[in-house]
Design a protein around this ligand. Structure first.
Ligand code: C2E
Ligand code: CA
Ligand code: CA
Length: 712
């Protein structure tokens, strides 16, 4: 009788013994019986031999140089291929303690030395057969477990050799198929597999049939009779002949559509914004990363990223409520989406920020038009809760030509460009360029300087006289802020008011202006007889106007300075009012009750909606100097100024013309009956001590004129 395994190969026996005679005996006694005997004499050599070729069976001496049989035994048992190999411990050391220890380490059986080789031969063959039976049992148990995986599973069984297949009624039911639809052929099953899953399914199936995987387990989509794809889990095991070739494969089918849908939902939720259903930041970054990689490989591929920030969203949200705000965001999302291609990604980054990945966008001039269109579309008014509201967008764009490595950087630069667009005037768009990085750095620097200036009060107020154009009397002053910058000298408001607005610093700075200017005017009323009835006009920014403490501060400043309220005027621009008409009306009313008068500033530059004018309790309007600047030569400006003056007269409001640098301009203003003027032709804004000089000189000159007129 010769010993071979199921494939007919000789049985590989490894003998580990430091006694060379044992090795020799093993070869002599077993080689003739179909064993392929390898012998080694040390633990390390044993490890090496096992590593190179897994033996079918091991005979192991307990006492080895440098190690012990126990240790080798444990190592073999713990190795992936070794847990089924029969291990026979051979030792003269037959005390029960070492036998016990050997079994503990996973020995299969035990023989005493000197070895009776004739008996061992039979023992080995027996052990081998038992090991093989155990392996087969484990396999069939697994198969049984698969088959019984639940009444809900369908079962299938494919006889590969004859190419006939059995599909259980439950299997067919899962796909609403009739027996005739399948005709006992796997091809009628395979053809229903989703095109995207075909390759994966067949790869897995073939790998298992080729013996490369211990079992088949795959999730895939298959089309049912109604042409709906269902997600299925297919588990199966091949049955092999003596040569290891599969002749049958059988398995189960579990419908996992619900689980897959839930997983898909979770995935969707993780990558989308719940409010708008649009992509979220994470998904956008993923897509940008992908685009960056693509751009590195393909020279002809270019793309762009835009960040869109809504102007005035907060005011809308605050005044109309969150529901209205949410609905506005959704509708803006829809409007933007209407201009995009399927390959573009529109994301809602949270708050009032959206972003777009323009995929594969080589032609920048097209992009330019597209963004202008989107901007225009967003600016169209919405009707929300029966009220018409308008928002606008500041857009920052960055292009793949900058050669980014990281998606986050691209988004950051689009953000910088967006802030730039906002700073240069809302409702604009701006493309990122690398000089903006330095600008951002200097902005941050400036912000900390402005903070320090606020606590130290490094500001000065200049006053620009306003006069009556009929009798040349000085009627008041506009308070205009200057920053005494430690390094850059005196800075005009253009250089820092925007930043002060953005950072909120305008609130404490602005209160300082109100406090100081009221005190200054009260002092002039005392000291300067020619200024006894003059007012001071103070600019209020949007942040200040909507600040809850405004009234309290104004009242306190008046009380502390002793200045009667009628001599304080507050200037508010149209845009501040348009943002929030209802709240604006209330604040204006409260100011009026306090006795403070109000002026609409920069009139005509805003939203050209005069409808709010008679609804809001104003006292005066200020014609923006951009119109006044052209009146001596430009007919259009002339007409605008004339129209505003007569509008003011009709509404019973005072009209103050801002600007007027030449005598001709001033004369025109006089000729159309504009009452008040504040312009360089008369005086620039000057420091408080110079005002004293100026007023004295002007009033003396004026009196002389009047006297001269009398005497003449
Ligand atoms: P504004 O309210 O339109 O103030 C009038 C501006 O026009 C002043 O510039 C003034 O110097 C200038 N101006 C007056 N007449 C003429 C003229 O004939 N020709 C020319 N070219 N300009 C003339 P300024 O002082 O640089 O102030 C700029 C802006 O800064 C102000 O515009 C106002 O919006 C803002 N601002 C100034 N002070 C304050 C403040 O205390 N608080 C707030 N919130 N804003 C302020
Ligand atoms: Ca002003
Ligand atoms: Ca102005």
């Amino acid at each position: 009788m010769s010993a071979t395994d199921i494939l007919g190969r000789p049985i590989r026996l490894l003998v580990v013994d430091d006694d060379a005679t044992v090795a020799l005996m093993a070869k002599m006694a077993l080689s003739d019986f179909g064993f392929e005997v390898r012998t080694v004499t040390s633990g390390d050599a044993a490890r090496d031999a096992i590593q190179r070729q897994t033996p079918d069976i091991i005979v192991l001496d307990l006492v080895l140089p440098g190690t012990s049989g126990f240790e080798i035994c444990r190592e073999v048992r713990n190795s992936p291929a070794g847990h089924q190999i029969p291990i026979v411990i051979a030792s003269s050391n037959d005390d029960t303690a070492s036998i016990e220890a050997a079994y503990q380490e996973g020995a299969t059986t035990f023989v005493n030395k000197p070895i009776n080789w004739a008996i061992l031969r039979h023992q080995l063959q027996y052990l081998l057969r038992a090991a093989r039976d155990r392996a087969r049992l484990a396999e069939s148990e697994e198969r049984y477990a698969l088959a019984a995986a639940g009444a809900n599973d369908g079962l299938w069984d494919w006889n590969i050799a004859q190419d006939t297949a059995y599909f259980s009624p439950r299997w067919r039911e899962q796909l609403k198929l009739r027996e005739a639809d399948l005709g006992g052929k796997t091809s009628n099953w395979f053809s229903r597999i989703h095109p995207d899953d075909q390759l994966g399914f067949h790869n897995e199936l073939n790998a298992h049939l080729a013996g490369q995987t211990p079992k088949l387990e795959i999730e895939y989509r298959v089309r049912d009779r109604d042409d709906t794809y269902r997600w299925m889990l297919c588990r199966a095991l091949a049955i092999r002949d003596g040569d290891g070739n599969p002749y049958r494969i059988a398995g189960s089918q579990t419908d996992i559509t619900e689980r897959k849908d839930a997983e898909q939902q979770v995935l969707h939720d993780a990558l989308h914004d719940p409010l708008t259903g649009l992509a979220n930041r994470r998904l956008l970054l993923e897509r940008i990363s992908h685009a960056i990689k693509l751009a590195r490989r393909r020279v002809d591929y270019a793309f762009a990223v835009a960040i869109i920030d809504l102007d005035r969203f907060k005011t809308i949200n605050d005044s109309l409520g969150h529901l209205a705000g949410d609905s506005l965001l959704r509708r803006i999302g829809e409007r933007i989406a209407g201009h995009l291609r399927a390959s573009d990604t529109l994301a809602h980054l949270g708050g009032d920020e959206f972003a777009i990945l323009f995929d594969d966008f080589a032609d920048f001039t097209n992009l330019d038009h597209l963004i202008e269109r989107i901007r225009h579309e967003i600016a169209q008014p919405f009707v929300l809760m029966g009220q018409e509201v308008a928002t606008a967008a500041s857009i920052g764009v960055t292009l793949s030509s900058v050669a980014y490595n990281v998606a986050e950087d691209m988004l950051r630069d689009a953000d910088i460009a967006m802030y730039r667009a906002k700073a240069t005037g809302k409702n604009r768009y701006q493309v990122f360029d690398s000089t903006m990085h330095t600008q951002v750095a200097s902005m941050l620097q400036m912000e900390s300087e402005l903070r320090a200036a606020t606590t130290r009060n490094d500001f000065e107020i200049h006053y620009q006289p306003i006069r009556h154009l009929g009798d040349d009397r000085i009627v008041g002053f506009e308070a205009l802020l200057r920053w005494r910058h430690p390094a850059r000298g005196e800075l005009a408001p253009e250089a820092f008011i925007g930043l002060a607005e953005e950072t909120g610093l305008i609130v404490p700075i602005g209160y300082g202006v109100i406090r100081q200017a009221t005190q200054q005017l009260a002092a002039w009323h005392q000291e300067l007889s020619a200024a006894r009835k003059t007012f001071v006009a103070i600019n209020l920014s949007s942040r200040q106007f909507s600040h809850p403490d405004l009234l309290q501060h104004v009242a306190a400043a008046l009380e502390d300075s002793g200045l009667p309220a009628e001599f304080l005027r507050l200037e508010i621009t149209e845009s501040v009012l348009i943002d929030n008409t209802r709240q604006a009306a209330q604040v204006l009313q409260e100011l009026k009750q306090l006795g403070v008068r109000t002026i609409i500033d920069d009139f005509g530059t805003g939203y050209s909606s005069f409808s709010y004018l008679h609804r809001l309790p104003f006292d005066a309007l200020k014609i923006d100097r951009s119109f006044v600047a052209g009146v001596d030569r430009d007919t259009k400006s002339r007409e605008i100024v004339r129209a505003i003056v007569s509008l003011a007269q009709n509404l019973g409001l005072a009209a103050i013309a801002e600007g007027g640098e030449t005598q001709q301009e001033v004369e025109y203003l006089q000729s159309i009956g504009c009452e008040f003027n504040q312009g360089f032709a008369f005086s620039k804004a000057i420091s408080a001590d110079k005002i004293v000089e100026f007023v004295r000189r002007h009033s003396a000159a004026r009196l002389k004129m009047i006297d001269g007129g009398k005497n003449a």
